[in-house]
Design a protein around this ligand. Structure first.
Ligand code: IMP
Ligand code: MG
Length: 181
């Protein structure tokens, strides 16, 4: 698996050190609030598990499952909610966790859907954000790392369902990515 990477961007100790910092920040910001974490499956699973255990707050956890990529390295522009019932977020302070903010299309759709359920507040936490020229539909309140506009895998992020269990985050070798053109 590691051999399929062009290069490693963040190894496991680097990721965990950054999570320590984000967890302190979140724990401080929500110390007097009742927090509900909503993890976006499947990409945020590894991130969520490591981050949550570093947060020193009582919290609730819910998950949402969406499909926005259909396994390819390009966004389809369509966000499908796989889970029928939305988590109960009425009057709650919600923190959405996702793996990566690319166009922001996915998180914008999720936030819009959760907003209809009347939460007290909604913030977004992502492990990675891609640097892009174009304006994003949403932005992150908490961010792990900013990366160039390259396709990355590992630490929960996949390409066609694979590489999620790589402990590090790296750039996938270009020749392994199927072109849509
Ligand atoms: P957005 O809607 O364009 O922001 O895309 C967000 C979703 O696309 C993420 O939750 C990922 O599942 C997927 N995605 C975007 N970029 C990458 C990448 O570089 N590697 C793996 N998945 C990605
Ligand atoms: Mg995802």
């Amino acid at each position: 698996m590691q051999g399929d990477l062009e290069r490693v961007l963040f190894d496991e100790p680097t990721i965990l050190r950054r999570l320590d910092e984000i967890a302190v920040q979140i724990s401080r910001d929500y110390h007097d609030r009742d927090l509900t974490v909503i993890a976006v499956l499947n990409g945020s699973l590894v991130f969520m598990a490591d981050l949550m255990r570093r947060m020193t707050l009582p919290l609730r956890l819910d998950c949402l499952s969406v499909t926005s990529y259909h396994g390819k390295a390009q966004t389809s522009g369509e966000v499908i909610f796989n889970q029928v019932a939305s988590p109960d977020v009425k009057d709650r302070h919600v923190l959405i966790l996702d793996d990566i903010l690319d166009s922001g299309h996915t998180l914008a759709a999720i936030r819009e859907k959760l907003e209809t359920a009347g939460p007290r507040s909604i913030r977004i936490c992502v492990l990675l954000r891609k640097k892009k020229r174009c304006t994003r539909e949403v932005d992150a309140d908490y961010l792990g790392f900013e990366i160039e506009d390259e396709f990355v895998v590992g630490y929960g992020l996949d390409y066609e369902g694979r590489y999620r269990n790589l402990p590090c985050i790296g750039v996938l070798r270009k020749e392994l990515i199927e072109s849509d053109e």
